[in-house]
Structure formats: structure tokens, C-alpha cells
Design a protein around this ligand. Structure first.
Ligand SMILES: *[C@@H]1O[C@H](CO)[C@@H](O)[C@H](O)[C@H]1NC(C)=O
Ligand SMILES: *[C@@H]1O[C@H](CO)[C@@H](O)[C@H](O)[C@H]1NC(C)=O
Ligand SMILES: *[C@@H]1O[C@H](CO)[C@@H](O)[C@H](O)[C@H]1NC(C)=O
Ligand SMILES: [Zn+2]
Length: 427
């Protein structure tokens, strides 16, 4: 209570104008674009650079004929449609006005929360805020004194405590190899923290079914990296992606943590130097406190880090290094075997179709992402970004009723990949 009051006071002092400025997304439109051939794809890449107000959603595959969604604010609707038409880019309106959907989902989540008795969260029953997730994490040592440890590795820009959970089987053996999972690097990808919480519950509450995953390995899980951005998606703007630290452009706030890491930072076209863009890399590598914290978590497990998995949405991908170059890393085939295990397990269980390969080849160049750092600097044995499936109106916005399907399917993949890592790299 004291802490949240203090937070509120800080907000009042720092942001007197934006407090309670809930963005309703009135008359925001969502279009589906269907590029055919290289010219259309180049046009989309160009538009995503030149039109910071057009929000190209999800993780779009830079290959032939795959469609993607874009969100357009009302004042840009006419010009965007003119642009699509004049370039003969196939487009289709999916949603004429996002506002009622955003409102309905917000109301649903608030209603669902009324029956939750914190800190006993029901992962499948609602989406939780950063402070609720911390409250849950802090409750775990009492229930599982031998198995879990909660550590705070630092603070976000707005001074939210960034917490990491370590799970073991409680046998007291030290320095086991580690599987490290992070979530919510991008604020609006709400299925990501839900997935991290679901993994925690499977390892603790469903231990008897998963004990082989903890026999010789420890798990380290950080459900929310971008705490400020995530909180902002609950209080102000549902589709916010970046951090909340101001930039050198007074009009534009926030940096993309997943372009801010210090391995080949800023390399070529893999990130943006424009603070108004969604892939803004920051002024320097690690100039965001949240990136520093995740970096320190990764470095803390250097030498033991056999599997680094970053949970994102959406697009159904397992993305391996490298993002910054067309070259493949030395252990690429070994990492592919792990992705194979995940992709096969999911298709057998639900017919869910994933694609996998290096980020550069499967998607497009990215530089300064967390998986490249985990491999290039921390020398993780396997480093991967997982893009969970789309759901909801926009892809990032599943209804509460979608959570169970998304997390149970994804757990089949994560579990199979962890088992493959444990089999391939015995302690
Ligand atoms: C993509 O389209 C180009 C021509 O536009 C074609 O040469 C190429 O084979 C296609 N690639 C795939 C993977 O379908
Ligand atoms: C426990 O794990 C098993 C194996 O993954 C699964 O079939 C079962 O549904 C899980 N139980 C719960 C309560 O999640
Ligand atoms: C990196 O890890 C691989 C195996 O995961 C190991 O063979 C190699 O020696 C490590 N390299 C360094 C520089 O630690
Ligand atoms: Zn993401």
C-alpha cells in the first residue's frame, strides 16, 4: 500500500499531464495487408520506417505472400488507404474502430480480477499487473521454501522492482546448468507474462509431472522485464511496446529493449536511430535500466546458461541467432535440433504450425536483440526468441478465454525444447 501510494505520488509529480490519460483508440483502424512479391515487401519496410504513426503489428515474416496487420490512427486513415491503393498493395479492413474492443477487454479483465484472491493468482483466469505478479512471486518462498528464491536484480526507470525467480528441485546441489526464461520485453504482448507464470506453476504446482526437468537443471524466470511499459499498457495505452524513459526527442518516449543490447548494437538496418519508431535502439547500448537488469541476470549465469528463451508474441516462430547478420553461428545446427523438438511437439499436440530458423533469414535483420547477446557475449548453449500465436483483434490482445489454449500449447513446445536441451547437454 505504502509503496503504491508512493508510486502514485511520484507519477503525479513526474507526469502531471498524462496521469489517467487512458487512450481509448477511438476510430483507430486495423488493416490486413497482403504483399505479393519483393516490391510490396520493400514498400512495407519503407512505410514502417517513414510512418511512425502506422503501427505494423506482430512479427512479420519478410518473405513472399505472408500477410500482416497494421493499426492506423484516425488522422492517417485516408492517406494510408490512398498509399495502399496507389501502390496496388492488397489490403482489407479488419476493424473500423478499435475503441469498443479495447474497452470490452479492459472491462472483462477488471471483472475477472474481482474474484481473484491475491496472491493466489489464477493464471488462466485474468491478466495481471506488474505489481500483482511481484506479489505472487513474493508469496512463493513461503509455499516452496526449499525450491524457490526471489531475487531483485534492479529497478525500472520509474523505480519498479525487477524480480527474478529461481526454481530448483530442492536437493541442495549448487551450480546446476540453467534454463533462463524472460517475458514482457515488449509491453503489449500480454500473453508473454501469462506464459511465464504458467511455466512457474507447472514447475511448482505440477512438479510430479515435470520433475525430470528439474533433476539436473535449475530454472530462472523473469516474467516482466519491461515493467514500466507493461504497467502503461494497463493504465494508459494498451498497445504500447517500448520502455517509458524519455528520449532526446520531446515528442517521443521509449526505447525498444530488444534492440538495446550490446552485441552488434546498431548494426546496419537491424534497428532504428529514430526515437519515434518502435524499434528505436536508444542512444547507447544498455542505456535503459531494464536492459541493464536483464543483461546482469544473463551474465550472472554465464558458464551455466544452456538455454535462454525470450517469450514474445506474435507470429508462431522460434527465432535463433543471428539477427544482425546473414551468417550462421557455429552451433546453429545444434540449436535447430532444439527448435525441431519444439515445433514437432506442438504440431503433434494441436496441429499448431511454427516456423524456425535464424532471425535474419526467417524474418529480417535485427540488431541489439537479447538472443544475439545471450549467444555472442554470454555464450549460451542455445539462445532463442519464441513468438507465441496471435489472438484477439490485433494479435497482441487475447481475451481471457484464449489464455488457456495459448499457454497449454506453448508449454508443450517449451517442455519439449527443455527436455531436448537436458538430453543433449547433460550436467
Ligand atoms: C518469392 O518470390 C520470388 C519472385 O517474386 C521467387 O523468385 C521466389 O522463389 C519466391 N520465394 C519463395 C520462398 O517462395
Ligand atoms: C500437469 O502436467 C501434465 C503433463 O504436462 C499435464 O497433462 C497436466 O494437465 C498438468 N496438470 C495441470 C493441473 O496443469
Ligand atoms: C561456449 O560454449 C561452448 C559449448 O556450449 C563451449 O564449447 C565453448 O568453449 C564456450 N566458449 C567460451 C569462449 O567460453
Ligand atoms: Zn516482442
Amino acid at each position: 500500500m505504502a509503496a503504491s501510494l508512493l508510486g502514485l505520488l511520484t507519477l503525479l509529480l513526474v507526469h502531471p499531464l498524462v496521469l489517467f490519460a487512458w487512450q481509448d483508440y477511438k476510430d483507430y483502424r486495423v488493416y490486413e495487408l497482403k504483399p505479393h512479391g519483393i516490391e510490396d515487401r520493400n514498400l512495407i519496410r519503407k512505410l514502417s520506417r517513414e510512418k511512425p504513426l502506422w503501427d505494423f503489428l506482430g512479427t512479420y515474416r519478410n518473405s513472399n505472400d505472408s500477410s500482416l496487420r497494421v493499426m492506423i490512427p484516425p488522422e492517417e486513415v485516408d492517406s494510408s488507404v490512398k498509399t495502399f491503393s496507389s501502390h496496388h498493395l492488397e489490403h482489407r479492413m479488419l476493424i473500423a474502430d478499435l475503441a469498443p474492443f479495447v474497452q470490452a477487454q479492459r472491462a472483462e479483465n477488471i471483472k475477472r480480477k474481482e474474484i481473484i484472491q491475491m496472491p493466489h493468482i489464477d493464471v488462466l483466469g485474468a491478466f495481471y499487473t506488474h505489481s500483482e505478479i511481484n506479489e505472487y512471486l513474493d508469496s512463493l518462498p513461503e509455499r516452496f521454501p526449499k525450491q524457490v528464491q526471489v531475487k531483485q536484480f534492479g529497478w525500472s526507470y520509474e523505480r519498479r522492482p525487477l524480480k527474478v525467480l529461481t526454481i530448483s528441485n530442492g536437493d541442495g546441489k549448487r551450480n546446476k546448468p540453467v534454463i533462463l526464461i524472460d517475458g514482457t520485453v515488449h509491453a503489449r504482448e500480454w500473453i508473454s507474462p501469462s506464459m511465464a507464470l504458467y511455466i512457474i506453476q507447472q514447475l511448482l504446482d505440477n512438479y510430479s509431472e515435470n520433475q525430470e526437468l528439474l533433476q539436473d537443471y535449475d530454472w530462472v524466470i523473469m516474467p516482466v522485464v519491461n515493467a514500466d511499459g507493461y504497467e502503461y499498457t494497463h493504465t494508459d495505452s494498451r498497445y504500447w511496446r517500448k520502455t517509458r524513459r524519455p528520449t532526446n526527442n520531446p515528442e517521443c518516449v521509449g526505447t525498444d529493449i530488444n534492440r538495446n543490447f550490446g552485441y552488434e548494437w546498431g548494426h546496419d538496418e537491424g534497428s532504428s536511430s529514430d526515437p519515434c519508431e518502435d524499434t528505436y535502439r536508444g542512444e547507447r547500448p544498455f542505456d535503459q535500466p531494464e536492459s541493464q537488469v536483464l543483461r546482469d541476470v544473463l551474465l550472472n549465469y554465464r558458464g551455466r546458461l544452456n538455454f535462454y528463451l525470450s517469450l514474445h508474441s506474435y507470429g508462431n516462430y522460434f527465432l535463433l541467432p543471428w539477427g544482425y547478420t546473414r551468417e550462421f553461428p557455429e552451433r546453429y545446427q545444434d540449436m535447430m535440433s532444439v527448435a525441431d523438438a519444439g515445433g514437432m511437439a506442438i504440431v503433434h499436440s494441436t496441429n499448431g504450425i511454427y516456423s524456425w530458423g535464424s532471425t535474419y533469414h526467417v524474418l529480417y535483420p535485427t540488431s541489439g536483440d537479447t538472443a544475439d547477446f545471450a549467444l555472442g557475449v554470454v555464450n549460451a548453449t542455445v539462445a532463442m526468441t519464441m513468438e507465441l500465436p496471435a489472438a484477439g483483434f490485433q494479435g497482441f490482445d487475447p481475451w481471457v478465454s484464449h489464455i488457456e489454449r495459448l499457454v497449454t500449447e506453448s508449454w508443450v513446445g517449451v517442455r519439449a525444447m527443455a527436455a531436448e536441451v537436458i538430453r543433449s547437454y547433460p550436467a
